[in-house]
Design a protein around this ligand. Structure first.
Ligand code: NDP
Ligand code: 2IT
Length: 451
């Protein structure tokens, strides 16, 4: 057995009950096999064994009181995975499904993603098994305050800078930051994704979705193609999905799907600017269900189906796919159906939305496949730019930030493609992203000695 396979087996043995984390480790480490041959110093310093264990994982109780006066208890997490190249950085997820394994998978992925951005950020993730859906604003506020009551002691502008993820948007960041100010008495920009009035960056809300489309445009350019006039499937209808559709519209593509945890809508005429405005209002203000889109625009709604199941069952044809909801939403059968129906470019807005077999289908069919850690890095990249603006006590214009985002996405694409070529599998963005992200972190860890 190779040294890398040995490390993977040890993780399997020790980290039971964490399937998403095991999956992420298996995908990343398998791609890193050639680096172990080229870098015996990494092997000697046991970099591979060390990188799969977080620096620390904090688990805490979050007690709060709901509107009816009942005491509620949730589990809070912050996994500080690796700070070799910068302060820990990564989002907070509030969703029923959150557990230690999910936060570890996300924190592990974040190490390589943040490295790819070229900005100095280490990898971390946090969250709680709390779902803001169906809660009142007051309940969300009390939960955020209770969560920050513990988290504050583990974070700091040079230590660990959290941000949003599923279930954590502008409202939650406001409540979290307000309570941090109250208890720490330091307006030190310890979170990103802040409101513009109190230190947020222009383009941060748009960044992940826009970035995923910029990444797709770079991939298409390698085949002499562009976004204009392509058809696209987008899953989810939250932050990432919304701004993916907005950018696709700006660049002349037509998006025909959106979804949420209850089902999928298909609008063959395209989700144009007016319809997208309805989605913004529905999801960000009224916090309603995507089925309301189908009622309003008289289009088909598929209850309890994902976008990818609908593509398979209805034989929907799209050129481009932007999975933007959650991990493991695409499995082998759906991936096969996507390819069969002509989809040839997948840019992942979500983290690890394709399972290992689905990824293999994309690679075997030589479609353009941009894995999340490269394609969705625009969000954390603009978080990094928010940190820079905060540190300078200045703010850049919308155009400046968007320009920097475009350059970063171009560079991520180029370094990923270059690494894939250098390590003998040109065009395999999975191997390219993992290797390009890993090398900088590994070399830093090596420089620090055994710590
Ligand atoms: P949001 O909470 O804004 O939206 C999430 C969307 O996905 C909602 O439509 C939600 O539906 C749906 N969804 C979430 N979990 C499930 C589930 N288990 N089953 C079915 N549908 C689900 O989150 P974001 O848009 O911010 O995040 C989407 C993805 O993008 C995640 O994988 C996240 O990790 C990733 N990401 C986010 C970044 C960011 O900057 N926000 C940056 C990089 C990656 P419902 O409302 O019904 O729950
Ligand atoms: O998965 C991600 O990259 C995010 N949720 C964004 C993290 C951040 O710190 O902006």
């Amino acid at each position: 057995m190779s040294l890398i396979q040995d490390v993977i087996s040890r993780v399997h043995e020790k980290e039971t009950g964490q399937p998403e984390f095991l999956q992420a480790v298996q995908e990343v480490l398998t791609s890193l096999e050639p680096t172990a041959i080229k870098h015996p110093d990494f092997v000697k310093a046991k970099i591979y064994d060390r990188i799969v264990i977080p620096d620390r994982a904090i688990l805490f109780r979050v007690p709060w009181v709901d509107d009816s006066g009942e005491v509620q208890i949730n589990r809070g997490f912050r996994v500080q995975f690796n700070n070799a190249i910068g302060p820990y950085k990564g989002g907070l997820r509030f969703h029923n499904s959150v557990n230690l394994g999910i936060i570890k998978f996300l924190g592990f992925e974040q190490i390589f993603k943040n490295s790819l951005t070229t900005l100095p950020m280490g990898g971390a993730k946090g969250g709680a098994d709390f779902d803001p859906k169906g809660k009142t604003d007051n309940e969300v506020m009390r939960f955020c305050q209770a969560f920050m009551r513990e988290l504050y002691r583990h974070i700091g502008p040079n230590t660990d800078v959290p941000a949003g993820d599923i279930g954590v948007g502008g409202r939650e960041i406001g409540f979290l930051y307000g309570y941090y100010l109250k208890i720490v008495n330091a307006n030190n920009s310890v979170l990103t994704g802040k409101g513009l009035e109190y230190g947020g960056s222009l383009i941060r809300p748009e960044a992940t979705g826009y970035g995923a489309v910029y990444f797709a445009a770079e991939m298409l350019a390698t085949r002499g193609q562009q976004i204009d006039s392509k058809s696209a499937a987008v899953s989810g209808s939250g932050n990432v999905a919304q701004y993916t559709v907005e950018k696709l519209n700006q660049l002349g593509a037509k998006t025909i799907t959106l979804s949420d945890s209850n089902g999928t809508i298909v609008d063959e005429a395209g989700i144009d600017t007016d319809k997208l405005e309805f989605v913004f209002e529905l999801k960000n203000h009224r916090r309603g269900r995507i089925s309301e889109y189908a009622d309003k625009y008289k289009v088909p709604y598929y209850a309890d189906k994902t976008v990818w199941e609908v593509i398979k069952e209805q034989n929907l044809k799209v050129d481009l796919a932007f999975p933007s909801a959650h991990e493991n939403e695409i499995h082998k059968a759906e991936a096969e159906a996507m390819v069969k129906n002509g989809c040839y470019c997948i840019s992942e807005g979500a983290n690890m939305p394709s399972d290992l077999e689905a990824v293999q289908v994309f690679l075997d069919n030589h479609v353009l496949y941009g894995p999340g850690k490269a394609a969705n890095a625009g969000g954390v990249a603009v978080s990094g730019l928010e940190m820079s603006q905060n540190a300078m006590r200045m703010s850049w214009s919308r155009e400046e930030v968007d320009q920097k985002l475009q350059v970063i996405m171009k560079n991520i694409h180029a370094s990923t493609l270059e690494a894939s070529e250098e390590y003998g599998c040109k065009g395999n963005y999975v191997v390219g992203a993992n290797i390009a992200g890993f090398l900088k972190v590994a070399k830093s860890m090596l420089a620090y000695g055994i710590v």
